[in-house]
Ligand binder design. Structure first.
Ligand code: PLP
Length: 420
């Protein structure tokens, strides 16, 4: 028998101590990592349920183990909600797989399902804002296939002419659009036209933008892409995990790439939490959230620029922006460390033509999904930008660092993440 009251906090103080420390950190720090967010109590509750006990290889109605009736219903609801959030507004029908453990896993499943060893595909270069699962040499995506990178033009916008030229030259099977550090809108129609003109499939990895797309404040890839992958935990504000969408005629290959291709049984408790998060994304409040995320990013970006920080690509049309730290005489790594001393969390990032190696970087990536969830609006985002510039302009001034840390603590205290 398992005693329900014997939770981790009771039985394992050694671990629980650090769980509490982390919960405290999340409350006190201004979270600017563009790929992070805070999930609802409902999402946590679903993910922390007994569903973690269930083994369910296969798909709803076609399982390899018994006892899956209720899980089948949950998985079907997750699939249907994903279609309601993303496909119906675009007027397209797509099959969905809600089983990927993560975004990288979703991309791996697509490669497993649609490519053979050695096949060529185009992906955005990591150095220009792409993701490591789009062709980094030492990633699965680079080791077993032949990724051909495209990047940005001198004006730091996507070089669609280069994409077109490389597509004609290499005749890839697949073109991947999507990025982890690109602040502007993408022209998914242009990507689709290029892909289809050479007989390639277009896969859009909308991991970063999914929440904005659900809210209608970033262009949708649905209607253009043959395959769409995403994470569920970034701007979409669900549990850590992934989703894959494919045109109906590609459903079989998508599903077999996932299982038995690269995964065994799915994380049923996480699938359940994805269903809950997708349910939240269908509500009008989520649209308002996405709109505020974009307004907050614009306000933060504007204030940074007013105070002399150069923003890569000239600004933001999404939830994120890339600061060129050289405009304040710093490297990305030094800036990340400096900000963390004042309880502001962000990550260093490479920028176009970066003279620094990736472990140092000249950029800093900011995003507003997390601060918007805790209630920041434009005013707090402008304040945050001021904190950042005050720090970047006085990296060695302990009094400034302490003053900003106190200001950050006062601000975050006014905007608790979780109410008890
Ligand atoms: C974050 C991200 C992923 C991977 O997500 P994980 O869940 O960390 O594996 C994939 N693609 C893009 C574009 C991302 O930004």
């Amino acid at each position: 028998m398992i005693e329900y009251s014997q939770t981790c906090s009771v039985t394992d103080p050694e671990i629980w101590h650090f769980v509490e420390q982390e919960m405290e950190r999340q409350e006190r720090h201004i979270e600017l990592i563009a790929s992070e967010n805070y999930v609802s109590a409902a999402v946590m509750n679903a993910q922390g349920s007994q569903l973690t006990n269930k083994l369910t290889e296969g798909l709803p109605g076609r399982r390899y183990y018994g006892g899956c009736d209720y899980i089948d219903e949950i998985e079907r609801i997750a699939i249907r909600r994903a279609q309601q959030v993303f496909c119906e507004p675009a007027g397209v029908e797509m099959a969905v797989n809600v089983q990927p453990h993560s975004g990288a896993q979703a991309n791996q499943a697509v490669m497993m399902g649609f490519l053979e060893n050695g096949d060529s595909y185009l992906g955005m270069s990591l150095a220009d804002g792409g993701h490591l699962s789009h062709g980094m040499k030492i990633n699965f995506s680079g080791r077993f296939f032949n990724p051909i990178p495209y990047g940005l033009k001198d004006d730091e916008t996507i070089d669609y002419d280069e994409v077109e030229r490389l597509a004609r030259e290499h005749r890839p099977k697949l073109i991947i659009a999507g990025a982890s550090a690109y602040s502007l809108r993408m022209d998914f129609k242009r990507f689709a036209d290029i892909a289809h003109s050479v007989g390639a499939l277009l896969m859009v990895d909308m991991a970063h933008y999914a929440g904005l797309i659900a809210a209608g404040v970033y262009p949708t890839p649905f209607g253009h892409a043959d395959i769409v992958t995403t994470t569920t935990h970034k701007s979409l504000r669900g549990p850590r995990g992934g989703l894959i969408f494919a045109r109906p005629e590609l459903e079989k290959k998508m599903n077999s790439g996932m299982f038995p291709g690269i995964q065994g049984a799915p994380l049923v408790h996480v699938m359940c939490a994805k269903a809950v998060a997708l349910g939240e994304a269908l509500r009008p409040e989520f649209k308002a959230y996405g709109e505020q995320v974009a307004r907050n990013a614009a306000a933060m970006c504007d204030q940074l620029q007013k105070r002399g920080v150069r923003i890569v690509s000239g600004g933001t049309e999404s939830h994120m922006m890339l600061l060129d730290c050289r405009s304040k005489g710093m490297t990305g790594k030094a800036a990340e460390t400096l900000l963390s001393r004042a309880h502001i969390t962000a990550n260093k990032n490479a920028i176009h033509n970066d003279p620094e190696k990736p472990s140092i970087g000249s950029g800093l990536r900011f995003g507003t999904p997390a601060v918007t969830t805790r209630g920041f609006r434009e005013e707090e985002c402008r304040m945050t930008a001021d904190f950042v510039v005050d720090l970047l302009e006085h990296p060695d001034d302990e009094a400034v660092i302490e003053r900003v840390r106190n200001d950050v603590d006062a601000l975050t205290a006014r905007f608790p993440v979780y109410h008890r």
